[in-house]
Write a protein that binds this ligand. Structure first.
Ligand code: HEM
Length: 189
């Protein structure tokens, strides 16, 4: 996994619990207590997953609660750090259709094996009123995808819902139907 995610997650842990919490969670996840993640370097998927698990344990949160709390922070930091990705896509559907490409662009500097592993995680196809997302990753982070997609909808004033057509949020493979209300209203009008 590209270092951006553990970088933002560890910043979030620090914002919620202070530097002590960051150190404790990093240690519990098997990292150095002072690890500073390089955003364009590759890290083992399993280690990043342990970071999330350790954070949930530390704060006594379920995964769902953690994703809901983390999604606004993730988007805020993404906007600050990568404004260009947001600049030309003011609507949820266009942004989410472009999201795998965002990931692949950021993975461009990684070794070939790691690049492929990023590219395999998401595939999207347009559908009426939204899009369909095919997710496949040992990290089981479709719940995070759903939380970020819904949050993006809130921020852009386009209520967005996520329906699992196959598999579920905690599984390594699933298909999500993402429905963006605004678009449906436009189609109906
Ligand atoms: C500019 C916006 C975004 C940036 C900069 C960004 C960046 C990244 C990066 C670098 C990764 C690591 C990929 C890997 O190494 O496997 C990642 C993973 C992920 N991103 Fe994004 N992302 C953005 C938008 C989104 C959006 C809009 C969503 C959801 C709607 C999303 C959902 C996820 C999920 C669920 C993962 C974890 C995948 C896995 O490991 O299973 N991202 N993101």
């Amino acid at each position: 996994m590209i270092g951006w995610v553990p970088y933002v997650l560890s910043a979030f842990i620090e914002e919620v619990g202070g530097p002590g919490a960051r150190r404790e969670v990093l240690l519990a996840a098997g990292f150095d207590a002072e690890e500073s993640f390089r955003i364009n370097a590759g890290y083992a998927d399993a280690a990043c997953r342990r970071l999330l698990d350790a954070a949930c344990l530390h704060f006594g949160m379920s995964e769902d609660e953690a994703f809901e709390a983390f999604a606004p922070f993730f988007l805020r930091r993404s906007r600050e750090m990568f404004p260009a990705f947001f600049a030309h896509r003011p609507c949820v559907r266009a942004f989410l259709l472009h999201q795998p490409e965002v990931h692949n662009t950021l993975a461009a500097g990684l070794a070939a094996g790691q690049r492929d592993s990023v590219a395999r995680k998401f595939r999207v196809e347009p559908m009426e009123g939204g899009l369909r997302v095919f997710y496949r990753s040992a990290n089981r982070l479709a719940g995070l995808y759903a939380a970020v997609a819904r949050r993006l909808g809130e921020e852009l004033g386009q209520p967005t819902s996520v329906r699992f057509e196959a598999g579920g949020p905690g599984e390594t493979e699933c298909i999500m139907a993402i429905e963006v209300q605004d678009l449906k209203a436009q189609v109906a009008a």
